[in-house]
Design a protein around this ligand. Sequence first.
Ligand code: G1P
Length: 288
Amino acid sequence: MSSTNDFKAVRKAVFPVAGLGTRFLPATKVMPKELLPLHDRPVIQHAVEEARAAGIEEFIFVTTPRKELLTKHFTPQPHLEKMLEDVQNCEIPKDKLFETYQQDPLGLGHAVWCAKDLVGDEPFAVLLPDDVFIAEQNCLSQMMEAYETHGGNIVAAMDVSKEDTARYGILDIKSDNGKIVEIKNMVEKPGPEKTPSNTAIIGRYILQPTVFDHLATFDKGAGGEIQLTDAMARLIGNQPFHGLRFDGTRYDCGTRLGYIEANIAFGLQDPDMNKDIRKILEKYNANA
Ligand code: G1P
């Protein structure tokens, strides 16, 4: 199997953040969804820190002019810097932070395509900030290790219930050792009737730049949107393509319920809050 670019290091990450956040209205009327706090920092910062810890050097935000606050969060705010080390920790150096606009919400595939010129001809990561993880080793780092072994393209994978296959890209599996899944096809949001498996794609990807050639056809898929899953499916057979069942728990901050659950889970991780949160949960449980 040909595998051009397989072992070039992954230095750049794309963050598709142009979405309108309609599920969270009115909270997101002027506030970007990705700046809503999860525990002690904005949701997006969890993904950025994950990428940085996994070795990512350049950060590409596919955003819209309405969401200028989002990248501002990662630029220096001198009046705060002396007060709080944490504020400095969330900064991305000016020459490593890139922004491009997705003018129309045409789908995830289109958002990633918008980063084409900034990524150039090298492998890159995509992180969907709605997906956050509690894991001993962060999800993208686990994928970087799998990439060193297998090269090509890697997606994060997780088993879901059959009913939930309508919410995810789903893998059609060629071989499976429980952790690494060799992929023979993938389909976006097939639903329980048509699904080839119950192994879903979660929002972390390591991709070869040839995916941009397939995105550039702008073919519409599920929901009338330009789907990343469809473009990735076209790479299979020409390049290695694997799913990694990551270790850890994933939370979906893209739904109201998932966002509340994530706040509870991250709060419970915090030794200063754990006891009090448990007490609160007990109180509500007792009154249920
Ligand atoms: C996107 C992708 C889907 C993937 C999911 C993971 O869907 O299109 O393939 O399974 O993220 O969170 P969305 O959640 O944007 O509908």
